[in-house]
Design a protein around this ligand. Structure first.
Ligand code: GLY
Length: 587
């Protein structure tokens, strides 16, 4: 290169550098699409399934490719997770499904467990009225009547296109032939080994009698495969009145309950899922469709969105101390109301219209000091009754499915605690839930999640325990925009809230919105839970100066699995939670 060429070259280089630097501030004056560091979402032209397990997501996509719709695929995923993710995927538990069909109809299926006939208000209390340790968390008496098989088969029958046998067969095969244990499953099984070792059948199946599975080893479940085979041959009702029901009753005879089984075939025969009208609201003009009671999730979510809508969260900035403060104050108030008012609507009057009205949110928001933390002791619940006539508009698992036509399913289901009550039904190979602990076993005292709950959620026969599960769907201009949900006990509601705010207020895509660190406050105990590296020291200190208290150790919360529709292309974007290494599979 000649000297002249070198000089021209370096002049051009300097000019380019100068122009790029001087142009830089101008880019901030125009609206720019911010792209924070995060994986891109998974992409699918036609359909997408997001769940905690790659195997289960693939089962769902295979069903979509075979011509099934989102409901067929969701049922197949739910059954597959019962095989490959036994900590929360289940036949022995229950959950909630929110569906929106491409024609605009939306519905909610409640397949929550129910208290058996033997349940009553004081069943977990001793003669002095004190809670009997672990009575609602471990062992036979912790189990409610399972709703999963009834709920999934109801959804399939009413809204699916395929037959039960078509969607159940992949799970039978997975259980019979086995599947390779993956890293998170190995960790989960080993992490739960103390609890799982309490019961010989559970230890035999899930811990291989004390020699836990390593990643890559094949895990076969022949007893579970036989349950699927019977349900395929005789129909899903087999679970409730066939040999499987008898095996459940036989297992229950081992529960100390004055010689009577804690749960009977009669309880199982009486179980019915309930189709309910979903809750709806708008947040900054976008329609939100979510789960009504007996989940508290939708009511609390809407109360918090109504409170937060009055603040310019976008201007405050994602991750700012001011945004965190306002979110926490909204959480504190919604959880105080949850504790007082929420329960099974078939048993108690839940003031849903009041709690979800904007007038009530005005009144509640007026008690928030933008600069100072409230104390939970002083906050207490509100009085939604006056707004009733205002007609305004640790472990669980969630999966979301969107099909080629735009039908969407947002489903959260659970055994409650990881691996439920740790009891495996002998001869049937599946675990039972400990959902009875989601009742208030001793109203006014904290449960497993530290949640305080009132008489509205007291134990009763044939009643459904209050839940926090919040499967949710969001529309933009009347069309599906995104859908999401999460496990995490009470943190579920706040996880879903924060994903919604991240997308709607801060403009994040579904993957970034899910990746973003979360905070949680549930009124009592009066403390903020946060995630490792989730709050910078400056933000943490500023919040402490405002009067907020924090847990000693941060921890991860939730496992949100979502799907978003890309604006211009209609491509299905899968957002999978890195916290449990979720998988979105599209096609
Ligand atoms: N078992 C957790 C919930 O239903 O909220």
């Amino acid at each position: 290169m000649s000297n002249t060429t070198k000089r021209v070259f370096s002049f051009l280089l300097c000019l380019a550098l100068f122009l790029s630097l001087s142009a830089a501030p101008a880019t901030f004056t125009k609206p720019v699409r911010l792209r924070a560091a995060s994986r891109p979402p998974a992409r699918g032209q036609h359909g997408m399934v997001s769940s905690v397990s790659e195997i289960a997501s693939q089962v769902g996509v295979d069903v979509l490719k075979r011509g099934g719709n989102a409901i067929d695929a969701a049922v197949a995923v739910g059954l597959a997770l019962a095989v490959v993710w036994p900590s929360a995927g289940n036949l022995g538990g229950g959950g909630f499904m929110v569906i929106r069909l491409a024609n605009g109809k939306a519905t909610a299926i409640d397949y929550r467990e129910m208290g058996p006939a033997a349940a009553h208000r004081n069943v977990y209390l001793d003669s002095k009225g004190e809670y009997i340790k672990e009575s609602s968390t471990y062992g036979h008496k912790a189990a409610g009547v399972p709703g999963t098989v009834a709920g999934l088969s109801y959804a399939l029958e009413k809204y699916g296109k395929l037959k039960w046998a078509d969607v159940a067969e992949p799970s039978r095969k997975l259980a019979a032939e086995g599947f390779p244990v993956w890293h998170q499953l190995e960790r989960s099984l080993k992490g739960a080994s103390n609890g799982l070792s309490r019961y010989p059948e559970t230890k035999r199946i899930f811990l291989r009698n004390g020699k836990p599975y390593e990643a890559g080893e094949i895990f076969k479940q022949p007893e579970l495969a036989a349950v699927f085979a019977r349900m395929i041959k005789e129909g899903p009702g087999e679970f409730y009145h066939g040999k499987t029901a008898q095996l459940i009753e036989a297992a229950m005879r081992r529960a100390a309950n004055g010689g009577k089984p804690w749960m009977t075939v009669e309880d199982l025969k009486n179980y019915k899922p309930v189709e309910r009208e979903p809750l709806r609201t708008t947040y900054r003009g976008h329609e939100i469709i979510t789960m009504p009671p007996p989940s508290s999730g939708g009511v609390a979510l809407i109360e918090m969105l109504n409170i937060l809508e009055r603040y310019d969260l976008k201007a405050l900035g994602a991750g700012s101390s001011q945004e965190a403060h306002l979110k926490v104050e909204a959480m504190r108030r919604a959880f105080a109301d949850r504790a007082e008012f929420l329960g099974d609507p078939d048993f108690v009057k839940v003031p849903v219209a009041g709690l979800t009205s904007r007038g009530y949110a005005d009144k509640v928001a007026a008690t928030i000091d933008p600069q100072r933390a409230s104390t939970s002791e002083a906050v207490g619940h509100g009085d939604p009754a006056a707004y009733m006539s205002l007609k305004e508009s640790e472990e669980t698992t969630h999966f979301t499915v969107v099909d080629k036509d735009g039908n969407v399913v947002s489903n959260t289901y659970t055994l409650n605690d990881s691996y439920g009550n740790k009891i495996t039904v002998e001869g049937a190979g599946f675990l039972l839930n400990n959902e009875m602990d989601d009742f208030a076993p001793q109203p006014g005292k904290p449960n497993f999640y530290g949640l305080i709950q009132g008489e509205a959620n007291a134990v009763a026969a044939r009643k459904r325990p209050l839940s926090s599960m919040t499967p949710t769907i969001v529309l933009k201009e009347g069309k599906l925009w995104f859908a999401v949900g999460s496990p995490g006990g009470p943190t579920i509601i706040n996880t879903v809230l924060q994903v919604l705010i991240n997308v709607i207020d801060h403009g994040m895509d579904i993957q970034r919105a899910i990746d973003w660190p979360r905070i949680h406050h549930q009124w009592m105990p009066d403390q903020i839970t946060y995630e490792p590296y989730g709050l910078s020291p400056d933000v943490l200190n500023r919040l402490k100066e405002m009067g907020h208290k924090f847990v000693d150790r941060p921890r991860n919360m939730g496992d949100a699995e979502g799907i978003m529709i890309e604006d211009k292309t209609g491509v299905r974007l899968g957002g999978r939670d890195p916290r449990l290494d979720g998988h979105s599979v599209g096609y």
